[in-house]
Design a protein around this ligand. Structure first.
Ligand SMILES: NC(=O)C1=CN([C@@H]2O[C@H](COP(=O)(O)OP(=O)(O)OC[C@H]3O[C@@H](n4cnc5c(N)ncnc54)[C@H](O)[C@@H]3O)[C@@H](O)[C@H]2O)C=CC1
Ligand SMILES: O=C([O-])C1=[NH+]CCC1
Length: 312
């Protein structure tokens, strides 16, 4: 008989996962992943089932990290919600397994993991690619990802000004009212991004909202939304003129409309920069196209379980 799996809700997961622990673990696993040593890491591109009647998708994201003894899968649903909907558009559950015997050791909320690990990876991209002396951060969107990106970017960096734009102005104000620090609400994307050093796009858009002509030369864009091959957040000009980094080349080719439809060339994976195979072209305009990876969820879930176990 094996023990019953540990069950951890969103509050527990949030409490057990700090950016301080998460960032170095993500850097390490992404650097290893980009070496493509299958004796160490196995992570297929996520399987996605469209739920066409309801504008949604179910993604299954398994990963095995042999050296670290982590076997994990996340199941994530993501929906295009009608404007004004109060339902979350991204929901997830993460399972950790015992790799030796195959039983489930933990079942935990995946919403907090998804929010935090995605923002932490974007922060890693900014650390490598944003201009030296970056002063202005701009966040497009005001949902879960916008919030986690605000939290980690203002924690890790020292911006002089933070701006936010949301397609409904009252949502941007609600977002800002929830925060401690000063944030300027902008009434258009153009106003929000003009002169910004770092731009986070974290929206449910399926057509471009960010245009290259508005982006300051040398700025860094962390593009988190548009995770379907026919969805866009960024226009062709930006995609073709910027140096494009991705989390996984296979994922980007299968899932990113911004890459597939613009015909942009991927310069490198974030992990290839971390492991020293490719340079960080900080002086150029850069785009980090994030799609999300099972290995990111796997190391996050392991951190949560380690912390929880240390307390019980
Ligand atoms: N790269 C990654 O690893 C991950 C990406 N995502 C993606 O990030 C995006 C944001 O996710 P969440 O914050 O969880 O969603 P959310 O529903 O909490 O927030 C979505 C935001 O996008 C805005 N929005 C929706 N449709 C829009 C449109 N057509 N034009 C402009 N703004 C629009 C909403 O007003 C809201 O501010 C989604 O596209 C989601 O699929 C989510 C999780 C992980
Ligand atoms: O990595 C992830 O969990 C997701 N990417 C796009 C939607 C959910």
């Amino acid at each position: 008989m094996t023990d019953s799996p540990v069950l951890l809700n969103k509050h527990e997961v949030e409490r057990c996962l700090s950016y301080e622990d998460l960032i170095p673990r993500l850097e390490s696993v992404m650097g290893k992943f980009s070496k493509r040593d299958s004796s160490e890491i196995i992570q297929p591109v996520r399987s996605v089932v469209p739920i066409a009647q309801h504008n949604g998708f179910l993604g299954v994201m398994p990963a095995y990290l042999a050296a670290e003894g982590i076997l994990c899968t996340k199941m994530v649903t993501f929906y295009q919600r009608a404007e004004g909907s109060s339902l979350p558009s991204t929901q997830a559950t993460v399972l950790l397994f015992d790799p030796e015997h195959g039983h489930v050791t933990a079942i935990m909320d995946g919403e907090a993991i998804t929010a935090k690990r995605t923002a932490a990876v974007s922060a890693i991209s900014a650390k490598l690619f944003m201009p030296a002396l970056s002063k202005v951060l701009c966040i497009l969107g005001s949902g879960q990802q916008a919030r986690s990106h605000y939290d980690v970017f203002t924690n890790v960096f020292n911006f002089k000004e933070v701006r936010v734009w949301s397609r409904r102005r009252e949502m941007a104000h609600r977002f800002v009212n929830d925060l401690q620090g000063p944030v300027r609400v902008c009434s258009s994307v153009k106003e929000a991004v003009t002169g910004a050093d770092v731009i986070v796009t974290a929206t449910g858009a399926s057509e471009p909202i960010l245009f290259g002509e508005w982006v300051k030369s040398g700025a860094h864009v962390a593009a988190v939304g548009a995770c379907r091959p026919d969805w866009r957040e960024l226009d062709d000009v930006l995609m073709r003129e910027a140096v494009v980094y991705v989390d996984s080349r296979e994922g980007a080719t299968a899932e990113s409309g911004d890459i597939v439809l613009s015909g942009a060339q991927v310069f490198a994976e974030l992990g290839e920069v971390i492991n020293g195979s490719f340079p960080a072209q900080r002086e150029k305009t850069t785009v980090f196209k994030s799609l999300g990876m099972g290995i990111q969820d796997a190391v996050s879930a392991k951190l949560v379980l380690e912390k929880w176990n240390s307390e019980h």
